[in-house]
Every structure is written in C-alpha cells, then in structure tokens.
Write a new protein. Sequence first.
Length: 437
Amino acid sequence: MEFEAIPEALALDPEQWSLVVGFLGFREEPSERVPHLVQMTPDRVEAVLPVLVARDLVRRRDTAQGPRFGLVPLEDLLGRAADRAGDPDLFDLEADLLRRVVATRGMPGVTVISSREDRDPTRRVPEITRYADTLMPYIDLRLGTRCNLNCVYCLLGHEDRTTRPVAEVVADLAFGRERNLERVALTGGEPTLHPDLLKIIAAARALGYRQITLVTNGVTLSIPGVLDRLVAAGITAVGISFDTPDKATAEALWQSPVFDRVVQGFDAVGRHPQLLLGSIAVVTRRNAAQLPDLARWWADRNDAMDNLFVPNIDFVMPEENAWLHRDDLVPRLSDVMAPVREALGIAHARGLPLTFRGFPLCLLPGVERYSYDRYMTIFRLVRGPDGDVFDRTAIDLLRAKGPQCRSCMLRRECTGVSRSYGNLHGFDELVPVRGAP
C-alpha cells in the first residue's frame, strides 16, 4: 500500500520520506554506506540527511571511525506524528504496518508469490492466466548466492557467494507445506550449481510439492543430460534469463561469454514440451533498443516448440550491481517506452503473450492486461515468536509513486516505480489515468 498519513503528519516531502523508508532496512551504518543502502545518490543524501537529523527522525552517532546513522526508535518517530495525523484511523493502520516491518526484520521466513484475485476475463489474457494459475502460489526459495555469471544488473550485488545447506533448504520446504503451499521455485544465484539439487527436488516431491520451477540463467542446461535428469527428478517448469538476442550485448551484460550455451538451454527445454517455460529480460539502457528483435527471437522460439511460453520484460531495478552501474544502466522510463511498445506489439501480433513488469500502467495504455503485476503479488511469510506473520509492506516499500498518482484510476493495481528509480529520476513522467481502460 501507499503511505500517506505518516509522511503527511511528519511534513515529509517524497524525497525525505524515501530516505526514512530506506533507513527501515537497517539499524545503524557508517555514513559512507548510507547512500548505497538507501539507494539515493550521495549528493542527495548529503542534502536530505541533515534535515532528518535536525528534526530528530534520524540519529547521528559519532565514533572514532566516523559518524554512524540510524532511524530513531519507531515509536519515537510515530509519537511525533500521531497528534498531527489528519486521518487517525489511516495513521493507525500505517503505524501498525511499519511496526510489523521493523519487528520482522531479520526473522526467518520465506517469500511467497501469489496470484491476484481478478477474475474479469476482459482484463486478463487466457494464456497468462493459465500460466500464472499453474505456478502460483509458490515459495520463492533461494538455494544460495553462488553463480556462474556476474550480471551488471544483479540484485545480489557483490556479496559472498555461498550455498545453503540442504537441511536448511528442506526446513523451508517443510515450513511451506505446513502452510499448505504446494508449489516452489528454486532460485539463486544459480540453483543448478547447488551440489545437492537433485536431493532438494526429491525432498520437495516427497513433501508433496506438485509444481517445482527452476529459475536459471540456462548455462548449465546446455550440458547434455542435465535437464533430462532434472525433469526425471521432478522439475515441472523452467524460467530462463535472456536479455537480448545480440550476442555481444548479452555477454557484456552477463560479463561472461556464454550466449551460445544459454540458447542451447532454450533448445533443451523445447525438447520437453510438458514444461512450462518463462523468460525474463531486464530492460537497461544497453539493451532497450534491441527489445523488438528480442520479441521476434522469442516468437520464433515459440513457433518452434509446444511449451506454454510466457516471457516478460522487466524494467531494471537500480539496486546492488545496477545501483553501482546506474549511470550506464538505468534510463528514464520515457526514453525506452517506444521500443517496449514496439516489442509488445510484435509479440502479440504473433500470438506470443509477452508480459511486462516494473512499468507504470499510465505509460502503456491499451496493453494493461499484459502487465504481469496484475496477475501476482509478493509477500513474506515469517516465523514469528507468536505464530506466522504475513508481511507485504516491506516489499511494497520497495516501490513508490508520485503525489499525482493519488488521482489515478489505476492507482490500486499499478505498482508505480521502484523507490530507487524515484530517487534517481523522480516521478514527473507519471501521468494519472482519468478513466479506467
């Protein structure tokens, strides 16, 4: 949801509120790490942070190694705003959601991707609905951070590459089954690098998981027999990252000369027509102009196989690696809408249900039903000391909208832009839709 009552009661503009939200993700950090952690450029942090410190919303602690910053205790922050809330009921609702975010920070749990309840057939595409309903709801289960690529836009950044112990992964699988979840997506890093992947798939099957999706960069699938063994173990769907059919651009984005092997991975999936196939292209400044060619490449693949294939173009999130490379990677949305619209038109004309994520609906009038954000929602299922906690707020806070979006007819279903994008480029590109499509 969008927060209105708390930032208004604290008299915070969107940039100041974004910085406060960024501080919710950690307790205290040295000044040099703050810009990266809150995804705000150093010059803007330098301008905004002193205002929040002066208002005692963020605390500065001087140490021998330099100043450190952290949000004041949440109850102190909320106490300063409570008496000035224009809508006390809305304020209380937002306050409880923020309390949940802080209380569950760092607690063990799983990420769940669930379908949105929207059964109006005129707003949905049958193939996308069938694809989504087959896969969802599912646990997004990371097997580790180890990877054989180092994509310049990777959301894992430069953290240490590790592999999770099998017992830990199986415990998450059991936690999901205890909550009646029957679908799981195995992600990474690169999940095919886990030495016990077949054991994990077997454990998922033994626990009663009906759908098991492998989310991969496709490189390992090029090895003869690998996908055959994974299918025999129980894999039912595959998602392959693929950003462009231009080999040089792709290998520069992935920082590895593996283009031909990824294409072979697609071919391997085509030999198993019972597998659902998805593919995600991350739209950056480098590959945006090639999106129409990508749509043709995907459509050619679709014509050559019998799998239910639903690809997606996903606007880059300026976080971790992408934040470090933001000047080179993150365009303004308005600069890439022409090739995005052309790619969607090419794919749809050829019967390929190409979807999109991360693009505000106001920028793509007429194709709103191909927004994959309309088909899914994300939340955290956390093991709390007093029982399960369902938290969507921490994930929702990664997105942001401009003040003008409050008058948009699509505000309840549009996810706006990533908060980090708003920190970089603002919200002036977003234009409220006055009549529902």
